[in-house]
Design a protein around this ligand. Structure first.
Ligand SMILES: Nc1nc2c(ncn2[C@@H]2O[C@H](COP(=O)(O)OP(=O)(O)OP(=O)(O)O)[C@@H](O)[C@H]2O)c(=O)[nH]1
Length: 336
């Protein structure tokens, strides 16, 4: 776990160029944890069917792949779930930023072929942009889970997208420049497991090279990293100097941790403010869309009412005409 301690695995994550840090986002139940486990090649994230959600806090796990590539995977709780308090989401996002201080190489947007792309998912992708800036889309890769189910139906991902790709999803795929991949998190076939991770890593590398080799680093990441390296420098000075007692060293360390925690708190507050603004804007957008839909429905009901009335009038008119004709016919017969 990354956590907020400044002693966490810093050397490990900063000494190699071969690190890939990926963050999993998506609606609860879409298979983020299962995808994380598939990437890491072991079951470390809890993954199971549950309507209330299994992942409750951000969690970082790392692995070294056979070719020496170090992969950090951060699983996130329902950041796409609007029923969750923005204070909580804000804290979790700040925690992610803390965990990925060296930057993010890919944001994996996990969707499931077993559920339809929802309006909430579309809205949540907008908030990702609000929180991290438009540049974040350059690092986005869509991971569709449920490859086994498509296979059971003899379908490919492109077949699926041909029949089940609403306009907003098309837009997301276009934004990601068609960086998408299908995952079967249920497979026991090692070759398949290897191939899907390789496909994903090739997309991650493609995104990185399109971003001039740089991972995504937001101003908040920069602030945190600068603060941290300043503190490390000071710590080294104190450690190497003879003029400090053990107690003074301890006090200094505590003071540093406190400064760091304060910085993290400030970042959390910044994220919360951004998130609240994004949520308010989205709620307004959803309300406007709903009002427009209601207006359309009202118009349609009115039009239906009018046409029902016209049909009724026409019917009455016809019945009268028939009656008239019948009477005339009766009169004609009587005269004859
Ligand atoms: N058939 C099938 N089921 C999958 C696949 N990926 C995930 N699942 C199932 O989907 C359910 C939810 O998966 P999780 O990995 O817990 O989903 P999550 O998005 O992490 O959910 P939270 O932890 O609640 O945020 C579990 O029952 C998984 O076994 C897949 O590729 N195929």
């Amino acid at each position: 776990m990354g956590g907020s301690s400044i002693d966490d695995d810093w050397e490990f994550s900063s000494s190699s160029n071969e690190i890939r840090t990926m963050i999993l986002v998506g609606r609860t139940g879409n298979g983020k944890s299962a995808t994380g486990n598939s990437i890491l090649g072991r079951k470390v994230f809890k993954s199971r069917a549950s309507s209330s959600g299994v992942t409750s806090t951000c969690e970082l796990q790392k692995t070294v792949l056979k070719d020496g590539q170090i992969v950090n995977v951060i699983d996130t709780p329902g950041l796409f779930d609007f029923s969750v308090e923005s204070e909580f989401v804000g804290k979790e996002i700040a925690k992610c930023i803390d965990m990925a201080k060296d930057g993010i190489h890919a944001v994996l947007v996990v969707l499931s072929v077993r559920t339809r792309f929802s309006q909430e998912e579309q809205a949540a992708l907008h908030s990702l942009k609000t929180l991290f800036g438009n540049k974040i889309v350059n690092y986005m890769i869509v991971v569709f889970t449920g490859g086994d189910e498509l296979e059971d139906n003899d379908e490919t991902l492109d077949d699926y997208l041909g029949r089940e790709c609403p306009e907003p999803l098309k837009e997301v795929l276009a934004l990601c420049e068609n960086r998408y991949v299908l995952f079967d998190n249920k497979t026991k076939d090692e070759r398949k497991q290897f191939a899907q991770v390789q496909h994903l890593l090739s997309l991650v590398n493609k995104a990185i090279s399109q971003n001039c080799g740089r991972p995504y680093i937001d101003e908040l990441f920069v602030e945190l990293k600068e603060g941290e390296s300043k503190m490390r420098k000071k710590q080294k000075e104190v450690d190497s100097s003879e003029g400090y007692s053990e107690l003074q060293r301890l006090q200094f360390k505590e003071q540093m941790q406190q400064t760091y925690d304060e910085q993290l708190k400030r970042i959390t507050e910044t994220v919360e403010i951004k998130l609240k603004k994004a949520t308010a804007r989205l709620e307004q957008q959803l309300a406007e869309e709903q009002a427009a839909r209601l207006k359309m429905e009202e118009k349609a009901t009115l039009a239906q009412k009018r046409s029902d009335e016209e049909i009724r009038n026409l019917r009455e008119h016809l019945e009268k005409a028939h009656e008239e004709l019948r009477k005339r016919e009766e009169n004609r017969c009587a005269i004859l």
